[in-house]
Structure formats: structure tokens, C-alpha cells
Design a protein around this ligand. Sequence first.
Ligand code: MEV
Length: 320
Amino acid sequence: MIAKASAPAKTILFGEHSVVYGEPAIAGAVNKRAYITIRESNNDRSVFKAPDIGFEAELLTRHKKYILTKGKPGIIRYILEALYKAHDHSPIEITLSSNVPIGSGLGSSAAVTVATLAALYRYHNVRFDKKSLAHDAHMVEQAVQGVASPLDTLVSTYGGIVYLSRNKKIEHINAKFNVPFVVGYTTKHGNTGKMVKDVKNLKMRNPKIINPVITAMGNLTNYAKQAILKGDFDKVGELMNINHGFLDVLGVNTLELSRMVYNAREAGAIGSKTTGAGGGGSIIALCPGKVDEVAHAIARDDNILKIRFTRKGVSSRFYK
Ligand code: MEV
């Protein structure tokens, strides 16, 4: 018995931080995926293997614990939480392969969680649909992280470009947005919790300045939705640049992030901005016709990815 599933990573295009205050956000699934395979174990123990990142552990699924055999933990907590939720504790071998670099800011944890749950449901012949899967994956993320926005797991489940409205409704932006982006990631991982707290404190100290900026970020996201629907890439790029400026106001950009953002523009990107929480993490640059130039301009030690948005969400299969 073998079950396989894969799910895409995502990137936030517009609305990071302002989404915390009820403003809209836009995120899209990208053509980098996490692949999970589950098969019966050939002994009485469960193991998790991620050969790409040199990681191997024995899993004590009943106790959400693991015994490390090789490598560093990280993503393992999501796997254990998913197993705790959807597995009967029989011995299995679970393998992860992924072309989403961990720490690239592309939401690898959501992609891994969605793929793990989908593979487990297939393995146990449990009926599921995308709605229940996105919900369960969000619960897993929340259990591991304490707080999590549902956006990452929704995008990894459904694929495509997703708009989260002011009243928290999810809308799929049905547009052909097959345009190339480059992601540049810094060596420093941003701490989302800390960044969210820093913005909150800044807002409390300067409400008359920061509140209108957050509202403007929401309005910008709504303009961006229209521009994406129209396929107006120049407008999307312009709005990305303005958004980067707003993120600067919020104090989440770093020298390394902004250097990549401006180098990308110099090299021909029509828009570039920090993506995600900032304080480290990643930038995204929209660069039709200039992918290689932009990648070259911002690359240092293999820290770039060339991506496109994809409509392909989770996919899963079962083999007897
Ligand atoms: C982090 O990827 C995005 C933030 O808006 C936090 C969140 O929405 O949970 C900074």
C-alpha cells in the first residue's frame, strides 16, 4: 500500500501585516511543491525521511515525539501533528521530497502539512474534500505555531491566486497570471511573531500615522486585485513598489531585503517588495523578460528561486 500527495508552496503578493488588522490580502500558489509518500513500514517502527535535506527520524506517533537519526529537525513538528490527527499509529514510512527550500519564505510548512494530511487520508481511505483538508491543515499549523493565518494552508490546498477580503471571505482570483517572478531569500529567518508585535507597538505609539497607512495598504491590495484580473502587469508592479514603501513605514524591511528589492528594480524588475513578515525572510520581484538579469543581480550563494504562479493545488493518489 502506498499513498502519495503533493501540495504547492505559496507567496504573499499583497497585504502582509495589514491583514492582521482585517485588511485584505492576496497570495498565490507557486510551482514549487512538497511531495509526501507513505508506505507500510518493513518493521514495527515508524520513520520519517527527507533525503533532500538529509533528515531522518524515528517517530513515536502516539506521543508526538521523535528520535533523531540524521540531520536537524524543523518541519518534523508539522508531520507529527498531522500524524497525531489522522493516523492510527500503525508503523509507516513517510518520505518528504521538496523543491521548496526551507526558510525561503514560501510557506513550506503549509505545503508539507497539506500534502501529509492528504496522503494520510488516502492511506487510510478516509473521504475528504478540499474544504475539510484546508481546515484540518490550518488546525495542524495552529497547534504547532500557536497562531497561524488560514491563508497559507488554503492556498496550498486549492492552488491559484487567492484573495482574502476585509470580512475574511476567500475568493479565487480567476485570472491568467502566468508571469515570471524571482524570489530572493536572506540568510536570516524573520520571526513572524516578533515582527507582528513590533508593528502593533509602532501602531500604538503613532496611531494617527500608522492607521491610515494600514488602511491604504488594504486599498492598494484591492487595486492590485483589479490589476491582476485585467492582466495589467505594469500596474501590479507599481503597486508592489508602493507596498514595499508601506512595509518600510511599518519598519519590517531590513538592509538586506531592501538591497535585493532595489537591485531587482535596477536589473529590470517592474515591481519588487518584501514578502511575508520581513525582518529577514524574502523578497519577490516581478520580472517578465528579465528573469535571468534580476536573478543575477540579487543572487548571493544560491539564495534565489525562479517561480510562477500555478492553479494546481493539492493532488493525491493511492496505489495497492
Ligand atoms: C506573515 O507571512 C504574514 C503576516 O501578515 C502575519 C500573518 O498574516 O499571520 C506578517
